[in-house]
Design a protein around this ligand. Structure first.
Ligand SMILES: [Zn+2]
Length: 539
């Protein structure tokens, strides 16, 4: 019996290659698809048990490379994005080596609509190993967010009376660059803070779109909080800065091979139409007043989310301190990012942040946020990126902007500065700690007391948080690993730390006294209504 099985197996292996190549087909011929080529490496038919034979096939899959970059000729074309279909896979054990790209836990879908992430056991970076239960399967770097899908979303969002849709220009292939202006127009513009968000300069980075999607959905919600945000913020959202790249399934460039992300410093006649249109609109919108915030949404292969903070040595120490304060706010009440995950670079005019810095300096907090395709905070046993937590991350990004700007919202009340300082406090000088606003106080002895006051707090039960300032570390390299020792430099807590739950019996004045230890700083307080608000945006 054993000998017969072995003979059968040998025969199957010898006979299979031509059959199996014909049986499994690969393609990327659909919207946003990206597939280079596939080569059969090996095949075998294994008799797992009498009457149960499984065909094993392994393929080498080559990525689809972006066109050559005609402007920055030193840049190698990228092939990060993969989004292809396999047919004829039902019941077969498929091994893929993704030669040019690949993350752990690639996304797959049997119908191209409902997506799941493969378990780690079946999908390691650049390797995939799975027995599929249906004949057709789509595999992608991350759930696609296509041009057609954005059109559906924009159609739904623009039904809201607080959204105005503007076409600010056209891409190389003639697609509109769609900018949504989201605000309550009955409130005068001069009374609002101003915010600009764009995504998909790099088309492969689909999580960056889910972040913006979650942020927009939160802002357009039918809730007192969302209404208040629309009354207090003038928000401009450009969901696709590079629609051709998205539609054509490109990785990091537009239709003619240009990486738009690094083209903001170029002259009008030496850059691409997309960047020209964005710059023109930014110029027009900032003629009278700069933006308070500019968020450039990206995604990265690293197993963490991050913000790219521009070093104080190439901006100013106080600007760097503000970046630490804002990113600290986003990192608190948020399981997707920690202060330790931050990245750092020099300010340079080729990026939108540099373009903004050269014009408006410290007046605008401009930051690139990177969501991830992988797990958060380098913890493979912890939370992995999915659409729900990325969308919640978008919501938290906006909440933190409101907190940074000192805006209270229904259910979330901010007390920026203490009402009364008793003896034992000194004003905090210097920018080595990430305090909020323009001032903070440091206790010079144990037991120094400070009283906070809010004139009108609605009755309710509140979780009370205190803003804790961390160290504004500027590392030599791009992350917080010490370049010499390789050790991580811990910047400590930056952001909200839970103190206690308080009860406000009736609408009216709220007072809170806090006793500090020597060296602690008195900064803002946040009160979150326990009955109406989730403490974590993920719940
Ligand atoms: Zn990017």
């Amino acid at each position: 019996m054993k000998r017969i099985c072995q003979t059968l197996l040998l025969l199957s292996v010898l006979l299979l290659p031509s059959v199996s190549t014909a049986q499994v087909r690969f393609d990327g011929n659909f919207e946003g698809g990206a597939f280079g080529s596939a080569q059969l490496l090996d095949s075998a038919s294994v008799i797992v048990s009498p009457g149960d034979t499984v065909v094993h096939l392994s393929f080498l899959v080559n990525g689809k490379y972006d066109p050559e970059n005609p402007i920055d000729t030193t840049l190698e074309p990228s092939a990060n994005w993969y989004y292809f279909r396999m047919t004829g896979v039902k019941g077969k054990q498929i091994y893929l080596t993704l030669k040019d790209n690949g993350v752990a836990r690639s996304s797959f879908s049997y119908d191209g609509e409902v997506w799941e992430h493969l378990p780690l056991a079946e999908s390691q970076p650049r390797r995939l190993d799975k027995r599929f239960t249906r004949d057709t399967v789509f595999i992608a770097l991350y759930n696609p967010y296509t041009y057609s899908y954005l059109q559906e979303r924009i159609e739904a969002w623009t039904k809201h009376p607080d959204v105005l849709l503007d076409t600010i220009g056209f891409s190389h292939e003639g697609r509109p660059l769609q900018l949504m202006h989201i605000t309550d127009l009955s409130v005068p513009a001069e009374k609002k803070a101003r915010l600009w968000i764009h995504a998909r300069q790099h088309p492969s980075e689909t999580p960056s779109s889910y972040l913006v999607d979650g942020l927009v959905d939160y802002l357009l919600g039918d809730t007192p909080q969302a209404r208040s945000l629309r009354q207090q913020l003038d928000t401009y959202v450009l969901p696709f800065a590079n629609p051709d790249g998205v539609a054509n399934g490109l990785s990091r460039c537009n239709a003619i091979g240009v990486n738009q992300e690094i083209n903001f410093g170029r002259s009008e006649d030496s850059t691409v139409v997309e960047v020209r249109a964005i710059k023109r609109k930014l110029e027009e919108l900032t003629r009278e007043r700069p933006f308070d915030f500019v968020i450039n949404s990206h995604s990265q292969l690293s197993e963490s989310a991050t913000f790219w903070m521009h070093k104080g040595s190439t901006t100013t120490p106080s600007f760097f301190r503000k970046l630490w304060a804002y990113t600290g706010l986003v990192s608190s009440l948020n399981p997707c990012i920690r202060p330790l995950d931050m990245n750092f670079s020099d300010m340079a005019p080729r990026y939108v942040e540099g373009w903004i810095w050269d014009r408006f300096g410290e007046n605008t907090i401009a930051l690139t946020i990177e969501t991830t395709y992988n797990c958060y905070s380098f913890d493979r046993d912890g939370l992995w990126a999915d659409n729900d937590n990325i969308r919640a991350f978008g919501k938290r990004t906006l909440q933190a902007i409101a907190e940074y700007l000192g805006l209270s919202l229904p259910g979330r009340y901010l007390i920026e500065t203490p009402a009364r300082m008793k003896a034992g406090w000194e004003p905090s000088r210097g920018d080595d700690r990430s305090f909020l606003g323009s001032e903070a106080w440091t206790a010079v002895r144990d037991g120094a007391r400070v009283t906070y006051q809010l004139d009108n707090l609605p009755a309710g039960r509140y979780a009370l948080y205190r803003f804790v300032a961390g160290d504004c570390i500027e590392p030599e390299g791009y992350d917080l690993r010490d370049k010499k020792t390789g050790e991580w430099m811990d910047p400590g807590v930056h952001g909200w730390v839970y103190q206690e739950t308080v009860v406000q019996e009736r609408d009216g004045r709220f007072r809170y006294t806090w006793k500090a230890a020597e060296g602690e700083m008195a900064d803002a307080l946040l009160l979150i209504n326990c009955d109406t608000e989730d403490k974590s945006p993920l719940k």
